[in-house]
Design a binder for this molecule. Sequence first.
Ligand SMILES: Nc1ncnc2c1ncn2[C@@H]1O[C@H](COP(=O)(O)OP(=O)(O)OP(=O)(O)O)[C@@H](O)[C@H]1O
Ligand SMILES: [Mg+2]
Length: 426
Amino acid sequence: MASWHDFGLRQSPYDVRPLRATKEGSDLLVGRDQDAQRLSDHLKSSTTHATIEGDFGVGKTSLASVVGYRLRQAFKEQGGPPFIPLNRRPFQPDERETNEGFAKLVILEIASTLAQNERVLKEAGFTFPSMASIKRSIENAEYRGTGLGAAILGFGGNFFRSSSPNTSDLFTEAGIPLFVDTCLSQCFPDHASGGVICILDNMEMLGKSPEHKVMIESLRDTVFGQEGLHWIMCGTDHVIRTVVSTPMLQGRLAEPISLQPINDDQIGELIARRLEVYSDGRVAARPPVGAEEFRHIYEETGRHLRQALKAAEDFTRDCGESIYRSGGQDDLNLLDKWLKEQATRYFNSASARVTDRGWQLFALLAESGGRCTYSQHQEFHFRTPGAMRDQVQILKSAGLVDIETLGNRHSVSIASKGWWVALHFR
Ligand SMILES: Nc1ncnc2c1ncn2[C@@H]1O[C@H](COP(=O)(O)OP(=O)(O)OP(=O)(O)O)[C@@H](O)[C@H]1O
Ligand SMILES: [Mg+2]
């Protein structure tokens, strides 16, 4: 296969990972000016935690991370309100088995973030409790041979995974909760005066286990009620709407910011930014999938950005050599042929399992945007929700749809394999 360097790139520009809270992540974010403004205004002005809803891979985590980064930069460079995003990847609802474990993890991560930002906060005139006592306790812990110091202040995050029986005592003994509480209340006495930004991602995991839902609700008065903490919660529409309206969390969470797929006319910019950021600086980058080809993939695969990026990478893997040799001749035809082959392959692997009735349902679902609930059974020509559910289960077993369940509510959406199959039908 041709390497990325053959195309003038230092790495794949079709990276499917979320954009990070860095300058690079900020440079790569396109088509989200309004959403970013709304999120940032919300963080600056509201006492409720922000929520972001949208389909899988639409860009929820990327938006939350980049907005956190930009607020920190605004504070550092222009003296805006002090917002500090956590130094770590976003939290997930299943990160710890108990709410106590989750709350401790959050507190620990906040302590490490505050410690890393001690200088910048002090320079901006914020009073900050001394970290000396924490450091001393940790040194003592080190001295006693528990080896926890590096994990705590080295931000390794191994603290709670330690099998040491006195781990929990050390957490309190080291004064970490007190330190965090004092810092947050001294630096951020009210919501409008900034705070630490934490992201709770992939809320759809709540549907996988009732315990996680209970756990999140029970954190209402601890980590979700802590002054100086601004949460951004991300998940698919169905889950976010349900969580926002649960009686336990009502009033704590804002109406969701609803992310729509990036507009087709932003795709040229999206590719251009990636080429700039990932150029290897030797020659002008000539990507295997340029703006026009990428827009074609994006439209053909149901405007699922992550899926389109993955398809661009897979296409490069399969056809990069020919593209490199042809020097850009006929790339769009080659791509079209490859897309159709993929679609047929996915269709063949699903076709044996799906009934005619199932295919009718699937076709209607694809035409109507790819999402439904059983309460729409009449629109899909079923007499009862139960009859619709049977066919949905068949589509699920063929990998064509996902079903999200929260309580007794179900939301059906076309899975990534399903979008390939939908392409086969076009
Ligand atoms: N505004 C954007 N500009 C450029 N690239 C983006 C943008 N938003 C997302 N991406 C890219 O799209 C992909 C999916 O983004 P991300 O992981 O943030 O989506 P998500 O909605 O959080 O997905 P999931 O539902 O799986 O959590 C990533 O590769 C990311 O780099
Ligand atoms: Mg995400």
